[in-house]
Every structure is written in C-alpha cells, then in structure tokens.
Design a protein around this ligand. Structure first.
Ligand code: ADP
Ligand code: TZD
Length: 589
C-alpha cells in the first residue's frame, strides 16, 4: 500500500539536483482539486479512506467545503440533490469497491431522476485488478458503473485530469442530466508533473449545458393543439423545476389560463394556493382533460403511463383519449408510453419562451365550463380536507400532525421540505402546500427510501435555509445515522419522524403466534429523539399537535439540529400508502 500513500504536500518540490533551479511541480491530488475549483465546484460530499483521504484533506485546505458522511449512499444522495438544486453536478467522493458500491445506488438513483451528479471513486491498482490478483478493495469499478450511469470515465494520467473532469461535468449537466462515474486509480493522485503544464491541461468548461432551442414547427404544432382544446391541462414535472425557468413557466400558465397539476417535486413552482392549481382535483382532471401538455414530466408509473382508469380508460391498458404535448430535452422520451401528438424537444426555458412568444396577446382562455368544473371539484375536496385536518384525534394521525407541518411551511416558505415514507409521503404531498420553486425534494422516480438525511444535509448546505425532513419511521432508518453529521456541521435541520411503530403501520401480527414480530413491525414506542440527543442536538417526544408545533417553531427559532419523535396512531397507515395497487397480491384481486 506504500505506493498510494503520499507524504505531505508536493505542490512545491525542488528538482533536488545540485545547481538545478527549483522547478515547480504539481500532482494528481492538486490537479483534481484545481479542476473542480476552476469549474465552480465548491462542495464535496464524501467519506474518506484509502486512497482518497488526502484528497479530502487537501480539498478542504484549498477552500472546498468537504462534508463527510457516515455512509456513502447518503453522501451520494446529498450530491444528487445538490445537483438538482443548483444545476451544477453534485460531487460524491468515495473509496474503492465497497465505498464505491455504497455510492452507486445514489448514482443510479440520480440517473433515474435526471439529477446531475458525479461519483468520484478511488480505485485500486489497474494491473492487479485486471489480472484479478486480489488487491485491497479490488473491483473493476468502471465496468460496474457503466450500465447505471449516464456516462463513465477513467483517468490514468495526471495530464488527463482536466479532460476527465470536463467530460464528467458536460455529461452530467448537458441534455437530460444524470449521474456520471469518474474512476481515479490510486496511483494517479501521486503522479507529479510540471505545474505550469498542469495548469494548462485544466479545462474550464464553456457553456456546460447548452440551450437547446425547439424547432419552430414543433412549437406551432403544440400551440395549434392547445388552441383547439376544450379541456386543456398542464402537468409540471421536476424537469420544469430543475430548469429554473420559473417566471416563464408561471407566465405560460397564467397567460393561457390553463389549469395545471404539479408533480411532487414541481410543487411550489407556482404556489400551491394558485387559483389554476388543479392538485385538489387530480382524479377529476386527468380523465376529463382532452389535451395535456407535459412540461418536464415523464408518463411513467407516477402518471399511470398515460392510460388506464386514471386517464378515463376502461381498463389499465386502455387509452383515455387524451392528446399529449410533451416538452422535454430528451428526443427519445416521446411515445414511450402513449402517442405524443406534439413533441417539443428542447430545454424547458427555451421551449416555454417559444410557446409564450407564439401565444401573443389574443389567446383565448379555456372554455369557462371546464374552469368552473375544475374549480368546483377543487373547492369540494379542499373543504373536505379542511374538515379532516380540523379533527384532533388521540393519538395523533397523519392528518392532525401534517396540519401542523402545513402551517409551519406556510409561515416559513423559504424552508426546504424533505419527504419520504409511504403514508407519510403521500399525505405530506397532498396536505402540505409549497409556495416557492425547488423547496420540496422527495423519493422521486423510484420511490426510494433512504434519501432523507442525505437530502437534508445537502439542502441545508446548499440553500442555508431551515430544512424540515418529514420522515416515516421506516424511511428514516435507512439514513438515520447521519443525524450525527447534521449535529457535526450544526445544520438547521429539523427531522420529524412520524412514528407509527413500523413499515406502513405497526399493527401486523405474526400469524404463527411465534416470538418474532411481523416483518413490518418495529420496537413499539421507540424514542428516536434520543438519537439526536446522543450527538448534542435537540430531541423532542411529541404526542399532540400542540407539542409538535411548539417543537417545530423552536427549531426554526434556534436553528439547532432537532429531531421530533411524533407519535402517530399505529393503526393509521395503509399498506404501501397510495400505491397499494402495485402490490402483486392486490393486482390479482
Ligand atoms: P416527475 O417525476 O416530476 O414527473 P420526471 O423525472 O419523470 O418528472 O421527468 C423529468 C423530465 O424532465 C425528464 O424527461 C427530463 O428529460 C426532463 N428534463 C430535465 N431537465 C430538463 C430541461 N432543462 N429541459 C427540458 N427537459 C428537462
Ligand atoms: N427499500 C427501498 C430502498 N425503497 C423502498 N421503497 C422500499 C424498500 C419499500 N418501502 C416503500 O416503498 S415505503 C417503505 C418501504 C420499506 C417504508 C414505509 O414505512 P414508513 O412510512 O414508516 O417509512 P409510513 O408513513 O408508516 O407508511
């Protein structure tokens, strides 16, 4: 292992020959750091160890913020959501084989969600790996990452570091964003080269995510379809949130007067209280709409693949009769599930601007009977929800607890909301209104548990705002150890655990009557608040909405790391939350 230990800082090394003038050299460590800094990367999320420990130290010494995690998956999730929030690739740095694999889940999730991220992993000696001679943490990481990443590269020579990082950045953020793997073998870090040549070899990426202007005929086709619509609907996805074209997206909705439905991470792009929001009438507008314009949203399972009963079809294979316009940067997305009548390919900023230009001053609003029907359905559902929220059952249920969260977000619209769980996710999404773009981050396209604390750390680091993480007790467990990280960096994160004693709920029983509890059940009455106290944060055990409110308000006031163990009725949850229908047994019924 001696070859991968580099003693001290070799930035200024003397040529050492008698009479020879001192020659400035640099090394792989510094070239990686300089290349990242040159491209505006100011934060690395990672976990140290051979061969990248010195890289984390030297990066910190060079002024990069290095946030060190307890598990690489959480560092990776942090990098991914930092990418979503900033449009700059989030960097996750790991050790080889197991550390790399821990980070890979997050990389794969980033690719699936179109989040720009770069997983940089140190790797062991190529010669030994390729001959499978059993090196320390040996693994052919590049081959393993390739199918799960948007792109994957390896750098073998110090003079190629600039190119390697430039390619990784371009691959992560251009076109449809995604996760990129960059393999840096241990030997690379110690390689030295002439400092001036090293500097010349670095690349400051010019225009890393070039605008992609839509074709004018595609824009016209979309406008014609929209113009003829009797019951138009806009669906905003997280691609629209990512694009940061907030003012134009809002102008498009308001100038066309078309009701819109935000996907969960697009909530707040326009305030959820906007009169054209159709969120509260979702099950009415999807089957009733005749023309649907998707903006940065895929017709995947989250939108029932654009067909079936959700869309007014007779069964799950039947098309509901809608015509679709799809705005997306990926030309391959159209027709992935149903026919797209008017694809508009380009970046959302350019596409929405082109649509706005084509709309002009005389655009006719949608027929008033459609708007009235949507408003009517919405009012009824909002009134029904208000009744449910006003109840104060003992113990708390999801609704009475979320009524508090809803008020806290309303009072702190700048705050970030991280959300995972099953019932905890579904109820939070529908009950808690968001008021600003990119404030809500959650389980995304995969519905993956474990994003919670990684997202929370990154949200706090990137936005410097208060973060609320609303977590199912099962969901929290996947990344719970990072409460230490939250305390270590003294982040303004308030974790609220909806503790109903298990996965979905806490009431399942072992049918054999044996001593093991059912697979979905946890220790009853667990005190997650003590976890936060163990690291010097604030732990609160809350059994009523009043206690929950007080603790959340105090967290906002103090900005201290806080974990609230909110005791929820263990009978309150339903299996899989709102996606019970995806259970194989439920499908047969
Ligand atoms: P949601 O889960 O919110 O429905 P998806 O992740 O399914 O959203 O869809 C996001 C879509 O947005 C992807 O198809 C992606 O290609 C697209 N997208 C991402 N960024 C941009 C952008 N800047 N311009 C246009 N489309 C984008
Ligand atoms: N593992 C991973 C990585 N992702 C998953 N989505 C699951 C397992 C399966 N799963 C869900 O889809 S939700 C969930 C699991 C384990 C947890 C639900 O329980 P919870 O939330 O306590 O987090 P509720 O509010 O009690 O339903």
């Amino acid at each position: 292992m001696g070859s991968i230990q580099v003693a001290g800082d070799v930035k200024l090394a003397s040529a050492g020959q008698t009479g020879a003038s001192a020659e400035e050299t640099t090394d792989g460590f510094h070239l990686v750091i300089d290349a990242l800094k040159l491209n505006g990367i100011d934060t690395i999320f990672g976990l140290p160890g051979i061969p990248i420990t010195d890289l984390t130290r030297k990066a910190q010494a060079a002024g990069i913020r290095v946030i060190s995690f307890r598990h690489e998956q959480n560092a990776g999730n942090a990098a991914a959501i930092a990418g979503f929030l900033t449009q700059k690739p989030g960097i996750c740095l790991t050790v080889s084989a197991p550390g790399f694999l821990n980070g890979l889940t997050a990389l794969s999730n980033a690719t699936t969600n179109c989040f720009p991220m770069i997983l940089i992993s140190g790797s062991s000696e190529r010669e030994i790996v390729d001959l499978q001679q059993g090196d320390y943490e040996e693994m052919d990481q590049l081959a393993i990452a390739r199918p799960l990443a948007k792109a994957a590269f390896r750098v073998l020579h110090a003079e190629d570091i600039g190119v390697g990082i430039a390619r990784a950045i371009r691959a992560a953020v251009s076109g449809r964003p995604g996760g990129v793997y960059l393999d840096l073998p241990a030997k690379l870090f110690a390689q030295s080269m002439d400092a001036a040549a090293g500097k010349r070899s670095l690349i400051k990426v010019v225009d890393p995510a070039p605008r992609q202007i839509p074709a004018q005929d595609a824009v016209q086709r979309a406008l014609n379809l929209l113009k003829g619509a009797k019951r138009p609907l806009i669906v905003l996805g997280k691609g629209a949130a990512y694009a940061q074209a907030d003012a134009d997206v809002r102008a498009l909705v308001e100038r066309t007067g078309i009701p819109y439905l935000p996907m969960s991470m697009a909530k707040g792009l326009l305030p959820d209280t906007h009169e054209l929001s159709a969120s509260a009438a979702r099950s009415y507008v999807l089957p009733e709409a005749d023309v649907v314009m998707l903006i940065g949203a895929r017709l995947n399972w989250l939108l029932s693949h654009g067909k079936g009963k959700t869309w007014g079809g007779k069964d799950h294979k039947d098309w509901g009769g809608q015509q679709f316009i799809q705005i997306d940067i990926s030309p391959q997305e159209a027709d992935s599930n149903v026919r797209i009548d008017a694809p508009v390919v380009g970046d959302i900023g350019s596409c929405v601007a082109a649509l706005l230009a084509g709309i002009g001053a005389n655009w006719a609003r949608p027929p008033s009977d459609w708007l009235a029907a949507v408003a009517d359905r919405k009012d009824k559902n909002v009134a029904k929800m208000a009744e449910t929220l006003a109840k104060n059952p003992v113990p708390m249920n999801f609704h009475s607890a979320l009524n508090v969260v809803r008020d806290l977000i309303k009072a702190n619209p700048d705050a970030m909301l991280v959300n995972e769980g099953a019932n905890t996710l579904d109820f939070t999404r529908s009950i808690v209104d968001m008021y600003q773009p990119r404030k809500r981050v959650d389980v995304g396209t995969w519905g993956v548990m474990g994003i919670g604390m990684g997202f929370a750390v990154a949200a706090a680091a990137v936005t410097k705002q208060q973060v609320f993480a609303i977590e199912g007790d099962s969901a929290f467990g996947f990344s719970g150890m990072e409460v230490e990280t939250i305390c270590r960096y003294n982040l303004p994160v308030c974790v609220v655990i909806f503790n109903n004693n298990g996965v979905y709920r806490g009431t399942d029983v072992n049918p054999t009557g044996g001593p093991d509890v059912a697979p979905t059940v946890f220790v009853k009455g667990a005190r997650y608040d003590k976890l936060m106290e163990a690291f010097g944060g604030v732990g609160v055990h809350a059994t009523t909405p009043a206690e929950l409110r007080k603790a959340m308000e105090e967290a906002v006031r103090s900005k201290r790391p806080t974990l609230i163990n909110a005791v929820i009725d263990e009978t309150a949850g339903t299996e899989s939350g709102r996606i019970t229908s995806l259970n194989p047994t439920a499908k047969k019924k």
